[in-house]
Design a protein around this ligand. Structure first.
Ligand SMILES: Nc1ncnc2c1ncn2[C@@H]1O[C@H](COP(=O)(O)OP(=O)(O)OP(=O)(O)O)[C@@H](O)[C@H]1O
Ligand SMILES: Nc1ccn([C@H]2C[C@H](O)[C@@H](COP(=O)(O)O)O2)c(=O)n1
Ligand SMILES: [Mg+2]
Length: 231
């Protein structure tokens, strides 16, 4: 079983970045598609972790499916794990359900425990962790419990209007795919997710992807990030 206590160091040399202002501070987000030397070499002795960030409906799950197919990752969606927990009738189920209905974030210890179980029961060592971390609390809980940082962070950047349109058209029967809950999810995303994005930006791990376009067009922006990895 893998377990890594130190993070892999990254020697990034991005060529293009965007500056933006949030809460009075200026932050920089790397926009370059990473080159071969920027991805740490994965090894079967330790997990290779990609966090997949983006607002509700930005296309995280859709792109994860394509990354799995092309690069052999195991997809772990935090939202799917929580929905599975509700469906299983577990002790946490009702709390998770009401939290999701309100568009809020489930306590980190619950989510991290589910992710950890999923990682430990997998034979794979390449993981896409989708919809996580949603907050600094999530991020810190993961680092403390799993004992490592992600190797790559993807951020699907999508305008709010487009996200709302996609979520309302999703038609998967999700309890949170209604206009009232979407508004709350977007508010929570704005409040809690930006600090996480900024954190990874400052650590040179963030790959911002413009999530407007067709699924295939967007995947063509994702593909080069993982191109150095073989399936
Ligand atoms: N590039 C795209 N153009 C149009 N529709 C898209 C695109 N990518 C995904 N979709 C559709 O938008 C909806 C939301 O996509 P998806 O479930 O991948 O988003 P998500 O980021 O995982 O959302 P959530 O955080 O709510 O789980 C789905 O119905 C999906 O088919
Ligand atoms: N880290 C996470 C991920 C998800 N949730 C809850 C709250 C979300 O609105 C819901 C659905 O997640 P999605 O499928 O949109 O990624 O699950 C959370 O509390 N913490
Ligand atoms: Mg999703």
């Amino acid at each position: 079983m893998w377990r890594r206590v130190a993070s892999v160091s990254h020697l990034f040399s991005h060529s293009k970045s965007t500056k933006f202002n949030q809460g009075g501070s200026t932050f920089k987000i790397w926009e370059t598609i990473t080159s071969e030397s920027e991805i740490p070499t994965p090894s079967k002795g330790s997990p290779f972790i990609t966090f997949v960030l983006g607002g509700p409906g930005s296309g995280k799950g859709t792109q994860c499916a394509k990354i799995v197919e092309a690069f052999g990752f195991t997809h772990i969606s935090a939202g799917d794990l929580l929905r599975r927990e509700i469906a299983s009738g577990s002790a946490y189920g009702s709390v998770i359900l009401s939290t999701i209905r309100e568009g809020k974030i489930v306590p980190s210890q619950v989510t991290v425990q589910l992710i950890q179980k999923e990682m430990e029961s997998s034979d794979n060592y390449k993981f896409l962790i989708d919809g996580f971390p949603r907050s600094e609390e999530n991020r810190k809980a993961f680092e403390q419990t799993i004992g490592t940082e992600p190797d790559v962070v993807l951020f699907f950047d999508c305008p709010e209007q487009e996200m709302v349109k996609r979520v309302l058209n999703r038609n998967q029967g999700r309890v949170d795919d209604n206009i009232d809950t979407i508004k709350k999810r977007l508010e929570i995303f704005d409040e809690l997710n930006w600090p996480v994005i900024n954190y990874y930006s400052l650590r040179g791990k963030l790959n911002k992807i413009n999530a407007v376009g067709t699924v295939d067009e967007i995947f063509e922006k994702v593909r080069p990030i993982f191109a150095p990895l073989s399936k």
